[in-house]
Design a binder for this molecule. Sequence first.
Ligand code: FUC
Length: 346
Amino acid sequence: MMVTITNERLSAQTDIPLKKYTVDNGNGYAFSCLNIGATLTSLTMPDKDGNIHNVLLGFNEPQDFITDQTYFFGKAIGRVGGRIKDGAFQYNNEHIQLPQNEGNNTLHGGNNGFHSLWWDVSALGNGIIFTKTIQPETDGFPAELAVSISYTWVSGNQLQIEFTGENQSEVATLFNPTTHNYFNLNDDKTAGLGGHQLSIRARKTVELDENQIPTGKLLTISDTAYDFNKESNLLEKLESVKQTGASGFDDPYKVTDSEVAVLRNLDNGRCIRIHSDRNGLVFYSLNATESKITVNDGHALSPHMAVALEPQTLPGAVHHPDFGNIVLDAGDKKTYRIIYELSVDE
Ligand code: FUC
């Protein structure tokens, strides 16, 4: 593997320090990141005929990566992915208030979460690392948190995304980061999800209330529209979930394996296996969109143009201890890894 790293400035305005970093592994696979939001903006790979193309959906206008609070294309998400009911939790009998950015609730770390921060960047031998020490005044969460997020090529066309959080304070905080990439393995994103097959290693989803807040209950999904335990045609599944009255998938799955999901395209052979060290995967099928947003190659954004698969500790863990523990105590440090194993079926 011969990794090369290049960077370019994306904005001519000197007061906007937007930079793009591209890391090519020399085998026909490359990724690009931005210093705003530690964002993964593109992931290029060959198809079965050797055509190399980007398999992620992203904004066409670089400026949208700076201002977006809706789609989170490619964004690093933290301190906590998903929704926290009433933007608050109890710890040692103390009520801790968090930033509220979706009604009373906290979504994806609040408006000043990882996705909207400017990160410092350094090169590693096989990728890049974003670092930042986040103060409570910056994002509204308790405790000073030193964070690093690295994107590196590891053996055999595997992109590893590693999050480390270190609580540098005397009080506890929360840490449940994820990455919000939307995949579409077709070259032409306007072709939607045609040809895509998805499997998710899960037999249960988290029940959600009318505000998409976890109730604490798990639902058995065997043989329902939500069941992806057997590899399934994504467009057919979308049709069947819509027949239940939903606008698409926006659900946390309780995963049973470290290979949490496999997305493949039967037409062009591209395949992504997602590995994670946590117990949850949120599957979001990009259900609501505004067409004034333009994405890859200047096309208008439309619903179900791509799918987000977000590995994390199950949302709701802070209120439902059975779901996991996302508290990062004073002085504690935690590391999580997500791997995209990329391959091409002949
Ligand atoms: C997912 C979803 C949300 C949302 C967002 C962009 O994590 O659960 O509903 O709209 O991403």
